[in-house]
Ligand binder design. Structure first.
Ligand code: CP
Length: 316
């Protein structure tokens, strides 16, 4: 059990290990058919206690594209969690059926509990407002593929910076690269948590906090938009007041660099107008595609099945 490798947090992998993972993902992008039997006979379990479209389906697609099979549940109510079964017991059971498990849970730390009771690799597919490591891997791979490197850019993170686990996870991961300036764009009620700005301060990294998107738009190389998350609000009134605080439209895009990229973990609600989808700077659907490649690479890595030449330095 001790030799198992899990993915709980993007920082579980060193920068060098991530580079190797992204190299595999880019190789999959260019040579998908070469990977179509890499996981023959393997089974991925997807245990989703919270709703998902992209994460669950991209994990399932990833395993199917690798030649493996999938099983799982997409609704805690249809599992024995509804009868009170613990996450620890559930993963012990899943360990008897599958070779690897992706788990999403509303409780922060639940996938970690699973990992510490598991006989198979566990991937955190999102835990409450805490971490969403495979979204972060997706974001990093997208940035690296579109910009050519992970560093030397200004990124604006806009919207719900308080509850957004994708934002917290991404900021954390980006602190390991050089030359990145963060601009946090949010209403004061949805400010990035203090522990994040304190962490940036302690590392001597530069950031600004602003309310108005237009004020900073011309300086951005990446704009990471996020949804105001209804499910994390304690009262409906606050959600209604803040949900349309930012709407990215053509007028705002006129202020942006020609080479700026718009990212969004999706799903979107109103924060990016659909008129922007045809703008060449809109990269959020490309980002979904990169999410598939990186999840394929991660499954291979955790199952210790990457080609030896791709594998150097990646696996402990
Ligand atoms: N980005 C993301 O996590 O999307 P889903 O909630 O649809 O999985």
């Amino acid at each position: 059990m001790n030799n198992l490798r899990h993915m709980m947090n993007p920082l579980d992998f060193s920068v060098e290990e991530l580079e190797a993972l992204f190299d595999v993902a880019n190789d999959i992008e260019n040579n998908m058919s070469a990977y179509s039997h890499k996981c023959d006979g393997k089974i991925l379990a997807t245990c989703f206690y919270e709703p998902s479209t992209r994460t669950r389906l991209s994990f399932e697609t990833a395993m199917l594209r690798l030649g493996g099979k999938t099983l799982g549940f997409a609704d805690a109510g249809s599992s024995s969690a509804a009868k009170g079964e613990s996450v620890a017991d559930t993963i012990r059971v899943i360990s008897c059926f599958a070779d690897i498990c992706a788990m999403r849970h509303p409780k922060e730390g639940a996938p970690m509990v699973a990992a510490s009771n598991s006989l198979i690799p566990v991937i955190n597919a999102g835990d409450g407002g805490h971490q969403h490591p495979t979204q972060t891997l997706t974001d990093l791979l997208t940035i690296r593929s579109l910009y050519g490197k992970l560093g030397d850019f200004t990124i604006g993170l806009c919207g719900d910076l308080k509850f957004g686990r994708t934002v917290h996870s991404l900021i954390n991961a980006l602190t390991r690269y050089t030359g990145i300036h963060f601009i946090f764009i949010s209403p004061k009620e949805l400010k990035v948590p203090d522990y994040i700005t304190e962490m940036l301060d302690s590392k001597g990294l530069t950031y600004e906090e602003v309310i108005k998107l237009e004020d900073v738009m011309p300086r951005l190389d990446f704009l990471y938009m996020t949804r105001v998350q209804k499910e994390r609000f304690f009262n409906e009134e606050d959600y209604i007041r803040l949900k349309n605080f930012y709407i990215l439209d053509k007028a705002k895009m006129e202020l942006a660099k020609e080479k700026m990229f718009i990212l969004h973990p999706l799903p979107r609600v109103n924060e990016i107008s659909v008129e922007i989808d045809s703008d060449p700077r809109a990269a959020y659907f490309k980002q979904v595609q990169y999410g598939l490649y990186v999840r394929m690479a991660l499954i291979l890595t955790l199952l210790d099945m990457t080609d030896a030449h791709m594998n150097e330095g990646l696996l402990r």
